[in-house]
Design a protein around this ligand. Structure first.
Ligand SMILES: NC(=O)c1ccc[n+]([C@@H]2O[C@H](COP(=O)([O-])OP(=O)(O)OC[C@H]3O[C@@H](n4cnc5c(N)ncnc54)[C@H](O)[C@@H]3O)[C@@H](O)[C@H]2O)c1
Length: 320
């Protein structure tokens, strides 16, 4: 159903569309002929990420906070069929330091969006949850969707609560939805000042010939998935709906040291990394079992780690 709307230039609202992942999603939507409304308070989002999409397609950008009353008004004027909800406080460390701010943005803002979506007759919403911070450190690896959720940070808790709200909203108001739980996303346009984007941080540092800091011993592992592959999963999830929940990653554990070495090799950086204390809230290991997305969405990660690293490093090299 949604695919047919795309062909007929459907209307889609993207919260957090000026962010790292959001801007790549907007590129894809615009290239497929969707009319796109981005709602973003530009707290970490940047308009420059949307410059290309703005030139190429029907894109409107509103600087609006998802917690504000202006969100409903903007949604009512645009009247979207489909919503992708990406706007969030995205830092685990910030959520540990200020849990009420995390809950305000991620839960209160999310519920405000659900109210607006129902009020304007949105048919389906795709929510970007998390695969990394949701399952907790006791989960078997790679972790499947039906593993009990034991988040160990306010950020993980806020994503879990939003998944519960979506379930409730479907029962109470008929809003159809799908949930995507991405692993660690990396790629062009990620903020190298950010906390989660270790690939971006290392790429920027190695290109600038400065030694990056590895927190802990470098043996922590994560599941790194390339941004275009996550966009592809979001698009497929928009066609699935029915409350489906999908892990999106590679299933492969890569250590922080391996990430650093891959990037250093790629840019021929011969200085080593600096080691700092581990950060609270960081899990020692994480990797996602993504067989459900393969089975039900026909999705798979198309980009190898080596190719993704090369594409990312090239982009950071061209965008100092
Ligand atoms: N990057 C990852 O590795 C990763 C992994 C799993 C899940 N996610 C989720 O994917 C989504 C996008 O993450 P990202 O990496 O692109 O982060 P990002 O910080 O680049 O994007 C988030 C966007 O939301 C906007 N925003 C924040 N608070 C807002 C508010 N109150 N009102 C309106 N806009 C607001 C920011 O300005 C920014 O443009 C988030 O929901 C995040 O939790 C990211």
């Amino acid at each position: 159903m949604v695919r047919n709307r795309a062909a007929a230039a459907g209307r889609v609202l993207v919260t957090g569309g000026a962010g790292f992942l959001g801007s790549h999603l907007v590129d894809r939507l615009v290239s497929e002929g969707w009319r796109v409304l981005v709602v973003d308070n530009l707290s970490s989002g940047k308009l420059s990420r949307l410059a290309d999409a703005r030139r190429r397609g029907a894109l409107t950008i509103h600087k609006v906070d998802v917690r504000s009353g202006d969100l409903a008004a903007a949604a009512a004027r645009f009247s979207p069929d489909l919503v992708f909800h990406l706007a969030a406080q995205t830092s685990v460390a910030a959520s540990m330091a200020d849990p009420s701010r995390d809950a305000d943005i991620n839960i209160t803002g999310g519920v405000n969006l659900l109210e607006a979506a129902v009020a304007v007759g949105v048919e389906r919403l795709v929510f970007t949850s998390t695969g990394g911070a949701l399952y907790g450190s006791g989960a078997a690896l790679p972790t499947a969707e039906d593993t009990p959720l034991r988040p160990e940070s306010p950020y993980g808790i806020s994503k879990k609560v939003m998944e519960d709200y979506l379930h409730f909203w479907k029962q109470a108001h008929g809003l159809d939805y799908a949930v995507v739980r991405p692993a660690n996303i990396y790629g062009p346009r990620q903020d190298p000042g950010g906390e989660a984007g270790v690939v971006a941080v290392f790429a920027r540092a190695c290109l600038d010939r400065t030694r990056p800091t590895i927190f802990g011993e470098g043996t922590d592992t994560r599941d790194y998935v390339y941004v275009d592959d996550v966009v592809d999963a979001l698009m497929r999830a928009a066609e699935a709906g029915e409350g489906g929940v999908y892990n999106i990653g590679t299933g492969v554990e890569t250590s922080t040291t391996e990430v650093f070495e891959a990037i250093a090799r790629c840019v021929r950086f011969r200085g080593g990394a600096v080691y700092g204390p581990p950060r609270p809230g960081d899990l020692p290991h994480s990797a996602l079992d993504c067989r459900k997305a393969r089975r039900e969405l026909g999705w798979q990660p198309y980009t190898s780690f080596e190719e993704g690293i090369r594409l990312t490093v090239d982009w950071f090299g061209e965008n100092p």
